[in-house]
Design a protein around this ligand. Structure first.
Ligand SMILES: Cc1cc2nc3c(=O)[nH]c(=O)nc-3n(C[C@H](O)[C@H](O)[C@H](O)COP(=O)(O)O)c2cc1C
Length: 209
């Protein structure tokens, strides 16, 4: 009986000892949503190659597509172009007017295609041009169409001066249960030479080494 008690206490002590680091790990994941940093501070592998990544983007005149392609080349995974069924007119003034109306009414245009298995992705880059201080209507549809709870969302935009502006807040409102990582904003005129800036940012958020 006495021997059984000893064995039992050793077993309990072992389980308690095992339980402590497990709890710490959990806490660490809360402040480190991508699980990149172990409790002892040792860095794990960069994200690319360990998580399933989707680069989704909308682009009207090509700038954002250029950045999406650069990101995709660096991080791998899949790439998906968000396109509305009804294309936007080419004329700048007409698009500007239409975009304002769509923003004011919260319009969500039907999209041409769906991502086959969004559930399979851990990290979703979302790229767009800034239109009237936020993302264009097709991106609103995209963010509303899928359940992105628990996914890491990485916003990036191209713009002509305003940066990400209201877009990050708007993403968090549409996807309140997603984990928003630090985004990047690239000037439209700089997209062709943005390679280093894009790499630096991806390194900072620990997606690449
Ligand atoms: C309808 C419309 C609204 C825009 N609103 C803004 C804006 O609020 N802030 C800004 O910096 N740039 C604005 N721009 C400029 C675009 O964000 C910029 O040119 C972007 O790089 C275009 O990306 P794309 O080639 O991928 O469509 C706007 C452009 C359009 C067509």
């Amino acid at each position: 009986m006495k021997r059984m008690k000893v064995v039992l206490s050793i077993a309990v002590a072992f389980l308690v000892w095992m339980g402590v680091p497990a709890q710490r790990n959990f806490a660490a994941e809360e402040i480190d949503p991508l699980g990149m940093e172990k409790t002892n501070g040792e860095k794990t592998m960069p994200l690319a190659g360990t998580k399933k990544i989707l680069v989704a983007y909308f682009s009207h005149s090509g700038n954002t597509r250029e950045i999406a392609d650069q990101i995709h080349k660096k991080v791998g995974g899949d790439i998906f172009e968000i396109q509305s069924v009804k294309p936007y007119p080419g004329d700048y003034d007409t698009v500007v007017k239409q975009a304002r109306e769509e923003l004011d009414s919260g319009y969500k245009p039907a999209l041409k295609a769906k991502v086959e298995d969004i559930g399979a992705y851990d990290v979703i880059f979302i790229g767009f041009p800034i239109w009237w201080g936020t993302f264009p209507a097709p991106v609103r549809t995209f963010l509303s169409e899928y359940d992105l709870s628990g996914k890491s969302i990485v916003p990036f935009c191209t713009h002509e001066g305003s940066g990400l502006e209201q877009s990050v807040l708007d993403i968090s409102e549409l996807c309140p249960k997603a984990i928003l990582l630090e985004g990047a904003a690239i000037w439209g005129r700089d997209v062709k030479t943005a390679q280093d800036k894009v790499s630096d940012w991806l390194r900072e958020i620990k997606v690449i080494k």
